[in-house]
Structures are given as structure tokens and as C-alpha cells.
Design a protein around this ligand. Structure first.
Ligand code: C5P
Length: 222
């Protein structure tokens, strides 16, 4: 029998990353940050001079991506071809490029098995856009996390400030809205809740409150 999976899908900045990490820690489960795979594909493209619309070349890059996820005390260190790119992949530019390569079917197919390989005992918390709809349709519990675009821009702003990265709130809001639109309107694996997902609006919830609720729901499912 396959290991249990909790899928957390939703738009960028809804808190999925932090919440997934905390829930995985609490349960002792593995963590899949699927967005990082798209960000890494985009970064690899830049490194190798591949254009963001060259689907066959991007598909090859995605299929042969040399990455390592190293779990550390309060974060995951991410290596691309042996180099630490943990910070570089978090920029808005990398996020934007990621959402472009993520609209290509060939790239998504190339990353599918790699994502499923993260499913090992005792369980997996999978963070992304299509975890419940495409990658793990048989997950134990599927949650779709949302928050208003303004709140998500504000959270991203605070996150960036904390990391010492310069940003403007209004341009972050514009980028978030543009990325939402692209993720929801694309023809392959568009961002939408699975039919059997529970939707949770986190606009006025704290991170510990969300973590609590998710672990309760999971416990109820046995
Ligand atoms: O979650 P994160 O911001 O790291 O994701 C970056 C981009 O990767 C998203 O805007 C989305 O276009 C894409 N993505 C995706 N499917 C996933 C995870 C991320 O298409 N499962």
C-alpha cells in the first residue's frame, strides 16, 4: 500500500510553503516542494542558455535536472548541479520564469514521476498547484489554501524584507495577480481545487491555527 499523502494546493503566497514544512515536521513526514522543481527548471534553463519557450529543450532539462534537497534545521537547502541555489530560486524573477515553464505540458510530464518518487513511508506533505488534481489524485486529504491577493502580497513583502531582499508592495501585488491568472488559465493542470479538496481561506488565520486545523483533519481521516 502506498504511503499517505496530504496535498496542499493553492495560489502563491497563501502560506503553503511554511505550513507544509510545519505539518511535515509535526507528523515526521517527507516534504515535496513541487514549485521548487519548476523554479529549478527555469534556473537551469538560464544557466544553459535555453529560451523559456523552447519546449523540447526545457523538457530535456526537466527530465535530467540534477538537484538535491537537503533537509536542515529550519529550512531545506537546495542544490542545482551541486551549487546552493536556495536563495536564488526564491526571487520573483525565478517565480515568474517558473510559471512560464510550468505551462508547458512536456515539462510537467517530465517532472511527474520525480514528484511521485517523494511518496515514501511514513507519509508525504505535497505542496503545489496540481498535487491533488494530477500528481496524487488518491491522496488521503486534499486541502486548497487561499488568501486574498492583497494579503498574499503583504505576506510575500514581509518575507522578502526578512530575507533582506528589496521589494515594493504594489509591484508584488501586480506580479501575484499576473501569476495567478497565468496559473489558472493555462490549459495543462490549471490551478483549481480538486473536486474532493477542502478549501481553507487563510486570510485571517495565523500559521499555527492552519497547522492545527490540518493535523486535526488528517487525524479524523485515520
Ligand atoms: O509555489 P511556487 O511559487 O514555488 O511555484 C512557482 C510556479 O511554479 C507557480 O507560479 C506555478 O506556475 C508553478 N507550479 C506549478 N505546479 C506546481 C507547483 C508550481 O505549475 N505543482
Amino acid at each position: 500500500q502506498a504511503a499517505k499523502v496530504l496535498t496542499l494546493d493553492g495560489p502563491g503566497g497563501a502560506g503553503k510553503g511554511t505550513i507544509s514544512r510545519l505539518v511535515a515536521e509535526r507528523l515526521g513526514w517527507h516534504l515535496l516542494d513541487s514549485g521548487a522543481l519548476y523554479r529549478l527548471t527555469a534556473l537551469a534553463a538560464r544557466r544553459h542558455g535555453v529560451a523559456l519557450d523552447d519546449e523540447p529543450a526545457l523538457e530535456r532539462l526537466a527530465a535530467t535536472l540534477d538537484v538535491e534537497f537537503l533537509a536542515e534545521a529550519d529550512a531545506t537547502r537546495i542544490l542545482l548541479e551541486g551549487d546552493d541555489v536556495s536563495r536564488e530560486i526564491r526571487t520573483e524573477q525565478a517565480g515568474d520564469a517558473a510559471s512560464r515553464v510550468a505551462s508547458l505540458n512536456g515539462v510537467r510530464q517530465a517532472l511527474l514521476q520525480r514528484q511521485r518518487d517523494f511518496r515514501t513511508p511514513p507519509g508525504l506533505v505535497a505542496d503545489g498547484r496540481d498535487m491533488g488534481t494530477v500528481v496524487f489524485p488518491d491522496a488521503e486529504l486534499k486541502v486548497f489554501l487561499t488568501a486574498s491577493a492583497e494579503e498574499r502580497a503583504r505576506r510575500r513583502y514581509l518575507q522578502l524584507q526578512e530575507a533582506g531582499v528589496d521589494a515594493s508592495l504594489s509591484s508584488l501585488l501586480k506580479e501575484i495577480q499576473a501569476r495567478d491568472a497565468r496559473d489558472m488559465q493555462r490549459s495543462v493542470a490549471p490551478l483549481k481545487p480538486a473536486d474532493d479538496a477542502i478549501e481553507l481561506d487563510t486570510t485571517s488565520l495565523s500559521i499555527p491555527e492552519v497547522v492545527e486545523r490540518l493535523t486535526e483533519w488528517l487525524a479524523q481521516r485515520g
